[in-house]
Design a protein around this ligand. Structure first.
Ligand code: GRF
Length: 201
């Protein structure tokens, strides 16, 4: 059973989707710690209410990104973390963090990477005029939204879509995709070969 850490900054719907899959016994893992950089993150409140180990780490208490990430790594190690799930964690992470957990940090991004990296990916997709959008779960490396892709899910973009419509359609897929990747990781089914992730089914 693998020890999973979830890092989040906001509402935490992806965290909840992972937790549900853990609680349902679909994932051979347990949530060891939930960490947020925002004291009032809904996801952090939910974690506390669920009786999970939930920690707020205030960026203001640290002098720079590396000092902050050193503390995050300390907490992760203290909790025996084997997999780190970034789930709406709105901070760039430094090489201190990436190095400590190489190929053990995953992230979900609401676009078909490598298109539309960064903020407001769904808005970027709408404005660009793509006919298909989606979400990606990938390993995290030093560059933002750049690491090896594990799984993707595709949704159509409809003519009359608003940004909210597209966000909602993608989010439904995110909530299936992220737990599935966590399940595969915890079952030791993922192998990284350069930029490619081979899934041993
Ligand atoms: C999701 O759209 C995710 O793809 C992106 O940030 C959002 C987080 O939403 N990285 P939530 O906090 O999981 O509800």
């Amino acid at each position: 059973m693998k020890k999973i850490a979830v890092l989040l900054s906001g509402r935490g719907s992806n965290f909840i989707s992972i937790k549900k899959a853990v609680d349902a016994g679909e994932i051979d893992g347990e949530i060891a710690v939930v960490i947020s950089n925002k004291a009032d993150a809904k996801g952090l409140e939910f974690a506390k209410e669920s009786g999970l180990n939930a920690v707020f780490v205030n960026p203001k208490d640290f002098d720079g990104r590396e000092a902050y990430d050193t503390e995050i790594v300390r907490i992760l190690e203290e909790n025996g973390t084997e997999l780190v799930c970034l789930a709406g964690f709105m901070r760039i992470i430094s090489s201190v963090f990436v190095d400590a957990f190489r190929n053990r940090i995953i992230n979900i991004h609401p676009s078909l990477l490598p298109s539309f990296k960064g903020l407001d990916a769904q808005k970027q997709a709408l404005e660009y005029g793509v006919k298909f959008a989606g979400c990606t779960v990938h390993f995290v490396d030093e560059e933002m939204d750049n690491g090896a892709i594990i799984l993707q899910s595709v949704v159509p973009v409809e003519q009359d879509d608003t940004e909210d419509d597209l966000c909602a359609r993608i989010l439904v897929e995110e909530h299936k995709l992220y737990p599935e990747v966590v399940r595969l990781f915890c079952a030791d089914k993922l192998k990284v070969e350069g930029r490619r992730v081979v899934i041993n089914l």
